[in-house]
Design a protein. Structure first.
Length: 141
């Protein structure tokens, strides 16, 4: 028989979910303060495109750890906003490119990234952050 720990609330999953929601809310606020009309999922796609422009949509999903359908909806919304252009490679594959408008937002997006990182590091010291990232990577693998 396995030794199953007692089920207590809030459990690890609830705590991770709460932190995730708190950080998403902070990101949304930071984006709004910069006057950016983008949502957190669009921010994440833009960040990935700044270093991997022209990446396939399925690779964006893998890079971000998001589901393909959600990334597809996000990319379509970004195309309507003029932030990206899409090249259809096959019936299952689309390549995503930054538009001029999307590229022009890079400095503001990077300012938001720096702001969010500084806010996080005010709450967690560097050693604890290294441990947290190590544990998350262990859980992913």
């Amino acid at each position: 028989m396995t030794n199953v720990p007692e089920y207590k609330m809030p459990n690890v999953g609830c705590l991770l979910g709460s932190v995730y929601q708190q950080e998403l809310s902070g990101l949304a606020s930071s984006l709004a303060r910069k006057g950016l009309d983008i949502i957190p999922s669009e921010y994440l796609v833009l960040r990935s495109l700044y270093s991997h422009d022209g990446i396939q949509q399925c690779d964006v999903a893998a890079l971000l750890g998001k589901d393909k359908a959600g990334v597809s909806r996000c990319v379509s919304s970004m195309e309507r906003k003029g932030l990206v252009s899409i090249e259809t490679v096959s019936h299952k594959c689309r390549r995503v490119w930054l538009s001029v408008k999307g590229r022009e937002l890079e400095s503001l997006i990077m300012q938001v990234a720096e702001e969010r990182h500084k806010a996080l590091m005010k709450r967690v010291d560097e050693k604890d952050m290294e441990t947290f990232v190590k544990v998350l990577k262990l859980l992913l693998n």
